[in-house]
Design a protein around this ligand. Sequence first.
Ligand code: 4NP
Length: 158
Amino acid sequence: MAGPIKSVLFVCLGNICRSPTAEAVFLHKVKQRTLAIEVDSAGTQGFHTGCAPDERSQQAGEARGYSFEGLKCRKVEKQDFEYFDLIIAMDEVNLRNLQSECPEELHEKIHLFMSFSALEEDIVPDPYYGGKKGFEYVLDLIESASDGLLNYITRRNT
Ligand code: 4NP
């Protein structure tokens, strides 16, 4: 893919737990590094459209210093595939759903988030039906993959 990466879209199923957390963590790290990258998140399903992120995600994230202010759930739209330079899926189901909606020539924009982390995990697991520990684990994975993704973008953009 040619050109610098100026925008990233994080995608999960509901856009209320994992992808808004990724958006909050990644934006925090973008600002820390004084980079100019547009960050957004969306879900492959629209069950919670217009809702704020899950309270449990917000509590766990805010305790680590991340802001969820103004985040509202939305569904992935056709124009997202054109607009965003990178589209980052939390798990293989999200990946396959994105691939099935995305024009073939834009598939190279879609990646699994954990492919940018050195950790053993391949996916960011859905914490929705689990306990508090799951939300902490999601944050651990997202922090690691965000650092890796920012290193990748920095290398690509220089
Ligand atoms: P997320 O988690 O994909 O990380 O936002 C989920 C949120 C809601 C549901 C499933 C997963 N749900 O079935 O309502």
